[in-house]
Design a protein around this ligand. Structure first.
Ligand code: SF4
Length: 71
């Protein structure tokens, strides 16, 4: 199962998520999920990066929904 990553309203475009996981996030006016990952992410290393970005986002607007949590 793929993990879904979304960015809710409230992003301040600080750029942290893109610096932590440039494969996933692109920050323009606000943070966006890059096209290849919009349908979900299956690579566990990338999912871990997304979770790290979500944990460190200063506005906590990144949501990672992982149906198969990694231990
Ligand atoms: S870390 Fe959070 S506030 Fe900063 S650009 Fe990414 S989503 Fe926006």
């Amino acid at each position: 199962m793929a993990a879904q990553v979304t960015v809710n309203e409230g992003c301040i475009a600080c750029g942290l998520c893109a610096s932590l996981a440039e494969e996933i996030f692109e920050v323009t006016d606000v943070a966006h999920i890059k096209a290849p990952h919009q349908a979900g992410i299956t690579d566990s290393a990338l999912i871990a990066k997304a979770k790290d970005a979500a944990a460190q986002c200063p506005t906590t607007v990144i949501v990672v929904t992982d149906p198969a949590p990694t231990a």
